[in-house]
Design a protein around this ligand. Structure first.
Ligand code: UD1
Length: 417
């Protein structure tokens, strides 16, 4: 079990490239199942969640090869339509394989997905939508047994909430359905647009990705494509929080600043100076942040739930009171008890967390229990007096590629043991 040892209060400086987006890579990997020939996916981060998706692709009979951040994937040899529980439980996003396997093979047998414990993560919207496309789905003994006896047929699907995963699952399945599918109240995240771009490069006909209504004209088959994954906006936000917590100046390269449009003003209100140009961000934090007022997580283009935990960690040492309202997942404050062990003054009540900034945190032994909570503990420990020992690093490795290496190259005292 690896741990991170961090000695806080070191200033960060210099520049770093932001890795490819996990939340784009995972659905795109599932979507490669639809295509014929060899896909080349560039800028794919090396993460345990990505490895879990590659494990599913290999199990299904796909040919998968990696050379650094480039993946070569061919689904020509696909020979199965079941996914065993050991593979499904490794990530939440394994559920997007449902639409992909069903569309490609006409059947899918898999279990409910796993992932971080950040609250109930139902898949009712996925199942309802796929049924509307003609899928017959039987749920028994934790298994989903799905078939499309008459093939998938395009339909108008209205989501009661703009679920990212459900939008992706429907988009993927609808590409090979007959006729037209319209998704009303679709998620608008940049990762949805990236998935649509990849599929359209394969010959799909998806219109309106990034808007609330997406229209997909079904095709008989898709070809392969060469595609570059977009930069990870949550990793960028986490590095901004690391710099903010340490009063540092850093440069982030390879970013798309429009994807950070709801995050940048929160840091600016806290006193940070941010300049973005040509895919590059110069970020400069004051020696002590001002409070962040009220941060409400919302579906895109609102403030992302995934950036809430690292942001809240930076707010712990800001001057004044910051309020966070978590509107997407219920249990996204589980790491706060660990921040309190480091001297933070945070009270939670349901979806609301009130952070009274303290002048400094102190290092402690803390344990991460989910991906973004782990990132928050890294942010807090970088800004804390003394040393911290963070366990539960496996959660961090689901979404951050060698974060400790990136941070030590920027001047942090952090090592994995
Ligand atoms: C994706 C991201 C995750 C991010 C989240 C919200 C990936 C791999 N993960 O997760 O990092 O935090 O979007 O931006 O892309 N819901 C239902 N029924 C469903 C599906 C979702 O009630 O069938 C609810 C969830 O419980 C949650 C909300 O909708 O409260 C948002 O979930 P969703 O957008 O689906 O998140 P994920 O796709 O799981």
């Amino acid at each position: 079990m690896s741990r991170l040892l961090v000695t806080g209060r070191q200033k960060l400086s210099g520049e770093t490239y932001v890795q490819g987006a996990k939340n784009s890579a995972l659905p795109i990997l599932a979507a490669t199942i639809l295509s014929k020939g060899e896909n080349v996916i560039y800028n794919c981060p090396q993460l345990t969640d990505v490895e879990a998706s590659l494990g599913i692709l290999r199990y299904l009979g796909c040919d998968v090869r990696r050379s650094n951040s480039t993946l070569l994937i061919s689904a020509d040899g696909i020979c199965r339509s079941d996914i065993p529980h050991e593979l499904m439980r490794k990530t939440r996003s394994s559920i997007v394989f449902l639409g992909a396997v069903l569309a490609r093979t006409g059947r899918a047998k898999l279990t409910f997905p796993g992932g971080c414990e950040i609250g109930p993560r139902p898949i009712d919207l996925h199942l309802k939508a796929l049924r509307e496309l003609g899928a017959v789905i039987k749920e028994k003994h934790g298994y989903l047994d799905c078939s499309a006896p008459n093939g998938l047929v395009g339909a108008k699907v209205t989501l009661s909430f703009p679920s990212v995963g459900a939008t992706e699952d429907i988009m993927i399945a609808a590409c090979l359905a007959s006729g037209t599918t319209t998704i009303i109240n679709a998620a608008r995240e940049p990762e949805i647009v990236d998935l649509a771009d990849y599929l359209n490069e394969c010959g799909a006909k998806i219109y309106g990705a990034g808007e609330g209504v997406i229209v997909i004209d079904g095709c008989d088959s898709l070809e392969c494509a060469h595609h570059t994954i977009i930069p990870d906006r949550i990793v960028a936000a986490t590095l901004m929080a690391c710099a903010a917590a340490t009063g540092s100046q850093i440069t982030l390269k390879g970013i798309i600043s429009s994807h950070l449009a709801s995050i940048i003003p929160v840091f600016e209100d806290a006193g940070c100076k941010i300049r973005c140009r040509d895919g590059c961000m110069k970020f400069s934090a004051p020696s002590r942040l001002y409070s962040m007022k009220t941060v409400r997580t919302m579906p895109y283009p609102g403030f992302p739930t995934d950036a809430q935990a690292p942001m809240l960690a930076a707010a712990c040492t800001a001057e004044g009171t910051s309020v966070f309202v978590e509107n997407i997942f219920e249990n996204r404050y589980r790491h706060i008890s660990e921040l309190v062990r480091m001297g933070a003054n945070v009270k939670t009540e349901g979806r609301v967390a009130v952070v009274e900034g303290v002048s400094s945190l102190y290092g402690a032994s803390v344990e991460a229990t989910d991906l973004r909570g782990a990132a928050a503990l890294v942010v807090a420990s970088l800004g804390a007096d003394g040393s911290s020992d963070i366990s539960g690093v496996k959660y961090l490795e689901r979404g951050y590629e060698n974060l400790e290496v990136t941070l030590s190259e920027l001047g942090a005292e952090i090592k994995k043991i």
